[in-house]
Design a protein around this ligand. Structure first.
Ligand SMILES: Cc1cc2nc3c(=O)[nH]c(=O)nc-3n(C[C@H](O)[C@H](O)[C@H](O)COP(=O)(O)O)c2cc1C
Length: 310
């Protein structure tokens, strides 16, 4: 089967790594691309030196394609675009806005852009502006979400029907069954974040990986801020924020404590509702291989549906 996004990005499997601030860094990104998906470097909060170091590290570990995330709420987003162009980055995952001027800059440098969207209107606007694909991100996702709060299941088919560019489903996908479900809704591929928090190459503290492997379906909470919400793994600090949301506690204001510290009650970690499905810590390669075999097994099972008799 020919997947449009595999052709556009020159990758083997139609699976993107979700950019995760301070977490989707060189080891995870390179391993993901090396395993056949599209790794994506979360650039938010990086200085120029750190950004270029991360790119060099990724390129030491793989010569396969990877993407850069530009989250437009990051103060130095425009500079990151400039450094990316200088580094010959060919693929961008754009989130939290889509400034037209910057879209044109990336396009004139022949970059491909995938835009994160949370409703049909945003997807149509992104298509009209000339992006190469949209990532339909449902409310069950870890990290920043739209206050629209539309879940992946209703979001994806409505966007698929509204645009003709590729649609990548994100939010609540944790294994091969989720991937096949996304295909059934008409998606061209998937983007996964939470599942890859618990892999060997992910640099979050082991205390968090162990906590996530013990988490159940109800262990995330969504905190509303005036312009967006954020879904966190439920710990003491997150529950305090539910009652009293403080902007100074947002992950992009607090540095990279989640990869350095192991205090699972006080440090905030984004995670999606699929977290209860994550029970093993494997390498990225093993995780992707497993997803691909679950995909094939699920499709074989579904073939029996064609002989269903009323
Ligand atoms: C810890 C964490 C940090 C995230 N940081 C970012 C980010 O910096 N930029 C971004 O566009 N999305 C970010 N996201 C969203 C992911 O890229 C992705 O869309 C989401 O994880 C998909 O849903 P899932 O968690 O159910 O797989 C983050 C998600 C998590 C869990």
């Amino acid at each position: 089967m020919n997947f449009r996004i595999c052709k556009i990005c020159n990758i083997k499997y139609p699976i993107f790594l979700g950019p995760m601030m301070h977490i989707s860094r060189a080891p995870l990104v390179a391993a993901f691309s090396q395993a056949g998906g599209l790794g994506c470097l979360a650039s938010s909060g990086m200085t120029e030196g750190e950004f270029r170091r991360q790119i060099a590290l990724i390129r030491e570990q793989t010569d396969l394609p990877f993407a850069i995330n530009i989250a437009w709420i990051t103060p130095n987003a425009e500079e990151i675009v400039q450094w990316s162009i200088e580094e010959n980055i060919g693929i961008f995952i754009s989130s939290a806005g889509l400034p037209e001027k910057n879209l044109r800059r990336i396009k004139s440098a022949e970059g491909k852009i995938f835009q994160m969207v949370a409703n049909v209107t945003q997807a149509q606007k992104a298509e009209a502006l000339g992006v190469d694909g949209v990532i339909a991100k449902g409310f069950e996702s870890g990290g920043v979400n739209s206050l629209n709060a539309i879940a992946t299941l209703p979001l994806v088919p409505q966007i698929v029907d509204a645009v003709s560019i590729p649609v990548i489903a994100a939010g609540g996908i944790g294994d091969g069954r989720g991937l096949v479900a996304a295909f059934a809704l008409g998606a061209d591929g998937v983007l996964m974040g939470t599942r890859f928090l618990v892999t060997h190459e992910c640099t979050v503290h082991n205390n968090f990986k162990n906590a996530l492997m013990n988490a159940i379906d109800t262990d995330t909470t969504s905190i509303n801020f005036p312009e967006f919400s954020i879904r966190f793994w439920k710990n003491k600090r997150a529950m305090e924020l539910v009652v009293d949301p403080k902007v100074e506690d947002l992950p992009w204001k607090r540095g990279s404590e989640v990869i350095q510290g192991g205090d699972t009650e006080r440090i905030l970690l984004g995670a999606g509702q699929i977290v209860g499905l994550v029970k093993t810590c494997l390498s990225v390669q093993e995780t992707i291989d497993r997803i691909i075999s679950e995909w094939k097994m699920t499709v074989r099972k579904l073939q029996n549906l064609t002989s269903f008799e009323y």
